[in-house]
Design a protein around this ligand. Structure first.
Ligand code: NAD
Ligand code: IPM
Ligand code: MN
Length: 345
C-alpha cells in the first residue's frame, strides 16, 4: 500500500468550481490501485486575505511543505488589489518550493476544434522557467505620482537557474522528437539573451541527437499560429513562457483544456499542479467553466509521483470524453462526471 497526501488549494473564482471535478476524477483513477489518497484543503485566496490580511501565512507554508504534492485551482479576484494574491500566494509558492520547471504540454486532441484553419498535428511541450526572470519582483517605483515617476522591473537570470531548466528541456527533447526551440529576444535583451544562448549551446553539446533551433519571441507568435506542428520542446524564460502558453492554449482548443505542473525535480519540495488559466471572474459562479484543464493537471500530478497508469487512464478518459462530445456548453459538473465515468469504464 502506498500513499498520496495532497494539499488542495481551490483558490478563487472558477478554481472553486474546477478543483472538485479534478478530485472526483483523481479518486476514480486511483480506485482499485494500492494508493491511499488523502487530501487536505487549504483556505487560501481572496476570502482568507479579506478575513486576515494575509495571502499565505507562514504556518500554512510549513504545512504545505509536508505534502507529497499540491493541486491548485486559480488565484486572483477583482476585490483584491492586482498582484497581492498572484505574487503573495502563487509566486511565493513557486519560488519557495523551487518550482524551476513550469511544464505546459500542448496537444490538439482529436475532435477538438482549433481556431486555426489547418493546424496540422500539434503536440509540443513548453518548458517555462518558473523561479526567475521578470517575476522576481526586482524593481520599484521612484517619485511616485510625480511627472518624474520611474518604475522598473529588472529580469533576473542566473547561470544556475538557466542551466537547470535548459537541461530539463533537453532531457525531454531527447525522450520525444529530439527538437528543441529556445525562445528569447536576444536582439534586444542582450544580457539575458546571451546567457540563455550560451547555456543552451553548452548543454546542447551533451545532447548531440537533439536539433536546436532559436526563435525570437515576436516571430514565435507568428510560427505558433502559422505552423505549430513544427515544435517539439520549447524552452524559455518565465514571462515569455507565460505568454506562449496562453497562445498555445488558444490554438489547441481553448485555455479550458491547458494543464500545467510547477515542478521541483529534485524532490526537495512538493510540486504543484494547476490549470494554465486563471480565476476567470467573467464566468465564475455560473457553473460553466471547463474543468478539463484541472483534470489534466491532476494527471500530470500522478505522472510526477510515478503513477503513470492512473495518469494515462485520466488522459484516455479525457480523449474519449472530447471525442464523444458534440459542440456546445456543458456544465462544469457534467464534464467532471462524464470524465470520471469514462475513467471507471
Ligand atoms: P483567465 O485565464 O482567468 O481568463 C481568460 C479568459 O479565459 C476569460 O474569458 C475566461 O472566461 C476564459 N477561461 C479561463 N478558464 C476557463 C475555463 N476553465 N473554462 C472556460 N473558459 C475559461 O485570465 P484573466 O482574466 O487574465 O485573469 C483573471 C484572474 O486570474 C486575474 O486575477 C489573474 O491574475 C488570475 N490568474 C491566475 C492564474 C493562476 O492562478 N494560475 C493564472 C492566470 C490568471
Ligand atoms: C499563470 C499565471 C501566473 C503567471 C500569474 C497569475 C502570476 O498567469 O500561471 O500563467 O504569470 O505565471
Ligand atoms: Mn499565465
Amino acid at each position: 500500500m502506498s500513499s498520496l497526501n495532497l494539499a488542495v488549494i481551490p483558490g478563487d473564482g472558477i478554481g472553486q468550481e474546477v478543483i472538485p471535478e479534478a478530485l472526483k476524477v483523481l479518486q476514480a483513477a486511483l480506485e482499485g490501485t494500492d494508493v491511499q489518497l488523502t487530501t487536505e484543503e487549504y483556505d487560501l485566496g481572496a476570502r482568507r486575505w479579506h478575513a486576515t490580511g494575509e495571502a499565505l501565512p507562514d504556518e500554512d507554508m510549513e504545512a504545505l511543505a509536508q505534502h507529497d504534492a499540491i493541486l491548485l485551482g486559480a488565484v486572483g479576484d477583482p476585490s483584491v488589489p492586482s498582484g497581492v494574491l498572484e505574487r503573495g500566494l502563487l509566486l511565493r509558492l513557486r519560488f519557495a518550493f523551487q518550482h524551476y520547471v513550469n511544464l505546459r504540454p500542448t496537444v490538439l486532441l482529436p475532435n477538438v476544434p482549433s481556431p486555426l484553419a489547418d493546424p496540422g498535428e500539434v503536440d509540443f511541450l513548453v518548458v517555462r522557467e518558473g523561479t526567475e526572470g521578470m517575476y522576481v519582483g526586482n524593481g520599484g517605483t521612484m517619485r511616485e505620482g510625480t511627472a518624474d515617476e520611474v518604475a522598473t522591473e529588472v529580469s533576473l537570470n542566473t547561470a544556475l537557474g538557466v542551466e537547470r531548466v535548459v537541461r530539463y528541456a533537453f532531457e525531454q527533447a531527447q525522450a520525444r522528437r529530439k527538437r528543441l526551440t529556445l525562445v528569447h529576444k536576444h536582439n534586444v535583451l542582450v544580457h539575458a539573451g546571451h546567457l540563455w544562448r550560451r547555456i543552451t549551446d553548452e548543454v546542447g553539446a551533451e545532447y548531440p541527437e537533439v536539433e536546436v533551433d532559436y526563435k525570437h519571441i515576436d516571430a514565435m507568435m507568428i510560427h505558433l499560429v502559422d505552423s505549430p506542428s513544427r515544435f517539439d520542446v520549447i524552452v524559455t524564460d518565465n514571462l515569455f513562457g507565460d505568454i506562449i502558453t496562453d497562445l498555445a492554449g488558444a490554438i489547441s482548443g481553448g485555455i479550458g483544456l491547458s494543464a500545467s505542473g510547477n515542478l521541483n525535480p529534485s524532490g526537495d519540495f512538493p510540486s504543484m499542479f494547476e490549470p494554465v488559466h486563471g480565476s476567470a471572474p467573467d464566468i465564475a459562479g455560473q457553473g460553466i467553466a471547463d474543468p478539463t484543464a484541472a483534470i489534466l493537471s491532476a494527471a500530470l500530478l500522478l505522472d510526477s509521483r510515478g503513477l503513470t497508469d492512473a495518469a494515462e487512464r485520466i488522459r484516455s478518459a479525457v480523449h474519449a470524453d472530447l471525442a464523444a462530445t458534440a459542440p456546445g456548453t456543458r456544465s462544469t459538473t457534467d464534464v467532471g462526471d462524464a470524465i470520471a465515468a469514462a475513467v471507471r469504464a
